[in-house]
Design a protein around this ligand. Structure first.
Ligand SMILES: NC(=O)c1ccc[n+]([C@@H]2O[C@H](COP(=O)([O-])OP(=O)(O)OC[C@H]3O[C@@H](n4cnc5c(N)ncnc54)[C@H](O)[C@@H]3O)[C@@H](O)[C@H]2O)c1
Length: 335
């Protein structure tokens, strides 16, 4: 049995803890979360894990991997502690809100030699994977441009926005990652425009809720990202990839697979409500990949360097939005 620990018993920590505990080769031994809550205690009961302090996890030689699903401001320190203790890591995005910290931690984690999976779960989603497979196999032909829509169902509360690092680092980072993943090359130019059109509370917190971002890859191909904090019908998560042989679409997944037609028209259900439901398969597959990485040394679909590169794009988008100009970047660009 592989023994694991989870840091953070919040929204995403609960998903990962339950997936880890359900894995046939895993014993979820510990949960660490300093904030007492009913959901934390319930999670420990559900998963048969022991609530403990971080020191217990890092000192236990039987724990081979840790899942960092705690608040963003804890990731960098926990990654470094895991690297020192020689534990494999599954870390949620982003590594830190401070780009120089991301660069420093990435370099230290890589030097330590520990295996690290970064939580870009969209890479494990069956729909996004199929698109990538058709591009990589050559079946779809040459990818020329991508259009992505990411709209949350409703704006997050102001207190969340204030600690999130802003929409580019918090939400759009998944789209920056998907752009690099599907293009199979780095981005050379980032051009972003953003505004607060939906929620005055987001504006008061100094963030935006609506953005249009254009990326140009090193070889001159394009990505158009549309990011927003509201969609009146629910979670909007779509992608269109124009290739020379095929156009590939990821559509929203409906809650109900049945279309009802009557004299008033055709009625389909609303899409799955938010990321926990929409990406349930992807989170499960991601946990299986983490276990396989520990067990068999397999390479994860996203590692810590992918976290760094996606965040470089988020930082460039912030600079572009503030200056109103496109930002040219290279492998060592920083804000
Ligand atoms: N990949 C994804 O789809 C996805 C989705 C949601 C959140 N996230 C990321 O996951 C992280 C957590 O987000 P969330 O929405 O679950 O937040 P949350 O606020 O619901 O949960 C965070 C939990 O971490 C706990 N915590 C704080 N400090 C801690 C520490 N030192 N050690 C252990 N636990 C600690 C808090 O008490 C809280 O229970 C964030 O970095 C977020 O960006 C990723």
């Amino acid at each position: 049995m592989i023994e694991l620990a989870v840091f953070g018993a919040g929204r995403i920590g609960q998903v990962h803890a339950l997936n880890a505990a359900a894995h046939p080769s895993v014993r979820l031994k510990y949960i660490v979360d300093p904030v007492a809550s009913e959901h934390r205690d319930h999670l420990a009961i559900q998963t048969h894990a022991v609530l403990c302090e971080p020191e217990v996890v890092f000192a236990d030689p039987d724990v081979t991997g840790v899942i960092i699903a705690s608040s963003t401001d804890t990731h960098a320190k926990l990654l470094l502690r895991a690297a020192r203790a020689g534990k494999a890591v599954f870390c949620e995005k982003p590594v830190s809100l401070d780009f120089s910290t991301v660069v420093d931690v990435t370099s230290k984690v890589e030097k330590s030699g520990i295996a690290c999976l970064l939580g870009f779960q969209r890479r494990y989603d069956p729909d996004f994977r199929l698109i990538r497979e058709r591009i990589v196999s050559g079946q779809a032909g040459r990818l020329e441009h991508i259009v992505m829509h990411t709209r949350d169902p409703s704006p997050p509360p102001r207190v969340y926005v204030e600690r999130s690092g802003g929409m580019f680092r918090d939400q759009a980072i998944h789209d920056f990652d998907m752009a690099r993943y599907l293009l199979g090359e780095e981005i050379a130019i980032v051009y972003a425009a953003g505004n607060s059109l939906i929620d005055p509370e987001i504006k008061a917190a100094g963030d935006i809720d609506t953005a249009m971002i254009t990326l140009t890859s090193v070889s001159g191909r394009f990505v158009q990202m549309i990011n927003c904090r509201r969609a009146p019908f629910g979670y909007d998560q779509r992608l269109e990839a124009l290739c020379s042989n095929e156009v590939l679409y990821v559509e929203n997944r409906p809650q109900r697979g049945v279309m009802i037609a009557d004299a008033n028209g055709f009625h389909s259900s609303t899409p799955m409500s938010y990321f926990i439901e929409r990406f349930a398969d992807a989170y499960r597959a991601e946990m299986h990949a983490f276990v396989d990485m520990i067990d068999n040394g397999s390479k994860p679909l996203a590692g810590i360097r992918d976290g760094l590169e996606a965040q470089r794009l988020a930082e460039a988008a912030i600079v572009s939005m503030k200056t109103g100009s496109p930002v040219r970047i290279s492998h060592d660009w920083h804000p």
